[in-house]
Design a binder for this molecule. Structure first.
Ligand SMILES: Nc1ncnc2c1ncn2[C@@H]1O[C@H](COP(=O)(O)OP(=O)(O)O)[C@@H](O)[C@H]1O
Ligand SMILES: [Mg+2]
Length: 380
């Protein structure tokens, strides 16, 4: 990507309502734009990180035998009345009527919809166990939206639902999700601890939260629940077991806030100059900075390095703006790209400077070895 063809609105000033590092930096690095209280747009750079996190989540969920679906965000009130949560949910749930006066909700979560789907199709023990997941928008009318995308009204969640024959099966599914969550957060560059938690309106007997350690306060990034048979009993999702007996299906549910995870990554990976993305989620892995766009040699060498990296399928950004090196360096640090390649005065000696954002140190590398060096760094 070429900076001039792209949209990275960096700024020096954090928003007035920003209380956390991640909120300040997400705004300053041009990742998000606030539209209204708790309602955010992910701008192009922010969206790239969001997609990288989603892909890590997808890969690990698929490895754990998760089956991806996409449920509607709009749900009929009738399902919530069946489950018994229509009254319990309170004001967090955004309710509305369609033009025919039918009561609807904008889904804060999807236990009701997935239980409906399973009850339509699952009749026998032979069809179990099952694990469904989706990555989809949720709406919760939070009383106090705060910290940017950390506590938003509209946000992206990975939610998963397991269906088993008995409690033992549920324990196995739950355990597998627990391990999967550790892998996901570790790949995203977040250290998490697990804590026993209150199940709240989800119900069920047991739940645990994944909490990111961070500069600021503890931040819940994931939450997993053993729901048991509450939903399947209330909504009549039964199956016939080996002995021909009808039994309610055992359920678990498992959530990760995708946007909140992006913020949590920043809370654990920044310095005084900006974000320090882990390579796994970085919006671009490499930024090339030609120090002077008027210098033909610098421009040419920068362009050919850019083409070579694209050929090697590296996500690379070239800062082709007519800005001073100082401005470009500050922006490269702010947006947190893991490697910055400076093409400048060392070119006389046939070298470029490579700055490792995380270690805050630079090395000089002969231009002809630079692609090899970058590939080695990114692969390790
Ligand atoms: N308002 C919100 N904004 C952003 N992410 C949220 C929000 N509420 C929940 N999440 C994310 O979704 C995950 C699952 O949510 P859940 O545990 O059902 O909600 P809560 O913890 O609010 O009761 C949370 O661990 C968190 O990562
Ligand atoms: Mg929770």
């Amino acid at each position: 990507m070429r900076w001039k063809d792209y949209f990275i609105p960096t700024s020096k000033n954090p928003p007035k309502d920003a209380e956390t590092v991640s909120h300040k930096l997400m705004h300053r690095a041009g990742l998000i734009e606030k539209i209204s209280s708790g309602i955010y747009t992910f701008l192009p750079l922010g969206l790239r990180v969001l997609r990288n996190v989603e892909n890590i989540v997808r890969e690990e969920m698929n490895k754990a035998k998760g089956i991806e679906v996409l449920m509607p965000s709009i749900q009929p009130a009738s399902l919530w009345k069946e489950s018994g949560r229509w009254e319990k949910m309170g004001k967090d749930m955004l309710r509305f009527k369609d033009r025919h006066g039918k009561e609807m909700v904008f889904g804060p979560t999807h236990e009701e919809v997935i239980t409906y789907i399973v009850r339509q199709h699952i009749k026998s023990w032979k069809q179990l166990p099952l694990l469904f997941y989706q990555i989809q928008t949720k709406f919760r009318d939070e009383i106090r939206p705060r910290f940017g995308v950390i506590r938003a009204k509209e946000f992206l969640m990975k939610d998963a639902y397991s269906f088993d024959m008995d409690e033992k099966g549920l324990d196995i599914s739950y355990q597998r999700m627990r391990e999967t969550y550790f892998k996901i957060f570790s790949r995203c560059g977040i250290n998490v601890t697990i804590q026993k938690a209150d199940s709240g309106v989800m119900g069920g007997k047991f739940s645990e939260e994944f909490v990111a350690e961070g500069e600021c306060k503890e931040l819940e990034v994931g939450h997993i629940f053993k729901l048991g048979t509450t939903y399947s009993q209330n909504m009549k999702a039964y199956f016939v077991d080996k002995d021909g007996k009808e039994k309610p299906i055992y359920m678990g549910c498992y959530g990760i806030g995708i946007g909140r995870t992006v913020a949590a990554i920043i809370e654990g990976n920044y310095d005084e100059n900006g974000i320090v993305w882990p390579v796994s989620v970085a919006p671009f892995k490499v930024i090339i900075v030609p120090v002077n766009m008027d210098d033909e040699n610098i421009r040419e060498k920068s362009e050919s390095l850019y083409s070579e990296l694209i050929e090697k399928k590296i996500d690379v950004l070239i800062d082709d703006r007519e800005e001073s090196p100082g401005v470009k360096f500050a922006d490269a640090d702010l947006i947190g790209i893991p490697l910055r390649i400076t093409v400048g005065k060392k070119l006389k000696e046939g070298k470029v400077e490579i700055k490792i954002r995380k270690e805050n140190r630079s090395v000089e590398v002969p231009l002809e070895n630079s692609v090899r060096w970058i590939l080695d760094f990114l692969n390790k």
